[in-house]
Design a protein around this ligand. Structure first.
Ligand SMILES: [Cu+2]
Length: 339
């Protein structure tokens, strides 16, 4: 009798385990890995998943068996038999989870520690998070700044991250690495991309109204392509005097939210900037002044139908002038669309 019950529970548990294992394995829950840190993270993920499958199968096996076997008949109004605790069982169901949780803690700690080891040869990137945009500086390359995170493949990047307003979280699913970006503190993250291609950073900490729009591009390229880009951009920026509005537009990430023909951008988080004269008219302001104010103090005039998510930009005067000129059409010409 007892043995028959145990056997049934085991059969049900194995069945449940088979189903949830299939769900875990055959549905592609995770995107392809694109960093050498991803292995460690995925190992922890699967380790925890395996434990969950085991615990779930045991609990489901007993619950389903008990639900069928001990179901009260519709006309049965009697009380159940009085049952006292079972010391042996209680020790068991306390001890087993304690061991499992400890094992998870140890495995995670080892994985995180391994992913925190920084090789001597690495690229430094400073990350600035601000509602609702990401910006990147490359202290190894002078004044180099960008709104797209470009990384050379096969080389460790050391991100030092700072937040200008509230807590954000840097996360690129393909890299698996994720870390909070906290005001008043510098947090670190190490990423060694293993595959060239385009990925998306998504802020993983609800940081305000525009949180869902806090997406930005990561481009992993060959080292030679990276060097070429870095040199080109650094020269562009050091040429002085000639500040290009188009470069500022790209560098500040305006194209991440706005469609603007001359910059080749197509994002739709904010109003399209191709018909700015019309928008300025509607606001009843001269074009240049309207643009300038919209950049420095976006709260001054919030376009109807759009959330008030544009961050204020505090740019040096000559950059602001160049940007306003670029947007007002003073310097409009076909761009190559580089963001
Ligand atoms: Cu954020």
């Amino acid at each position: 009798m007892r043995r028959g019950a145990a056997l049934r529970v085991i059969v049900i548990a194995l069945l449940v385990a088979a189903i949830v294992t299939a769900v875990a394995i055959f549905i592609p829950w995770l995107p392809d890995q694109a960093s050498s840190e991803a292995d460690e993270i995925d190992f922890v993920f699967w380790f925890v998943t395996a434990i969950c499958v085991g615990v779930f199968a045991v609990v489901a096996g007993i619950s389903i068996y008990a639900g069928i076997k001990f179901r009260a008949r519709p006309d049965d109004d009697s009380d159940g038999p009085p049952v006292h605790g079972h010391t042996g069982l209680e020790i068991l169901w306390t001890a087993i989870p304690a061991v499992l949780v400890t094992a998870i803690a140890i495995v995670s700690t080892i994985a995180l520690a391994r992913n925190d080891s920084l090789p001597d040869e690495h690229l430094r990137v400073h990350v600035i998070a601000q509602q609702f945009t990401w910006r990147f500086e490359y202290p190894d390359h002078g004044e180099l700044r960008s709104a797209t995170l470009r990384l050379p493949v096969g080389r460790a990047a050391h991100l030092t991250m700072e937040a200008r307003d509230v807590i954000h979280s840097f996360y690129v699913p393909e890299f698996r690495q994720k870390r909070d970006v906290v005001p008043g503190e510098v947090t670190n993250l190490i990423i060694t991309p293993t595959k060239t291609g385009d990925y998306t950073i998504q802020c993983a900490e609800l940081c305000g109204l525009g949180h869902a729009a806090m997406l930005q591009k990561v481009e992993v390229v060959e080292q030679t392509a990276f060097d070429e880009w870095a040199e080109g951009r650094a020269e562009e920026m050091e040429e002085g005097g000639e500040v290009s509005g188009q470069a500022i537009f790209a560098e500040q990430g305006c194209g991440g939210c706005h469609t603007f023909g001359p910059a080749g951008s197509t994002a739709e988080q904010g109003p399209p900037l191709d018909n700015l004269p019309e928008l300025a008219d509607r606001a009843g302001e001269p074009l240049d002044q309207f643009i300038r104010e919209s950049i420095v103090n976006p709260d001054a005039y919030v376009e109807r139908g759009y959330p008030n998510v544009m961050p204020p930009f505090d740019l040096p005067d000559e950059q602001l002038d160049a940007l306003v000129e670029f947007l007002s059409g003073g310097a409009a010409e076909g761009g190559d669309g580089e963001l």
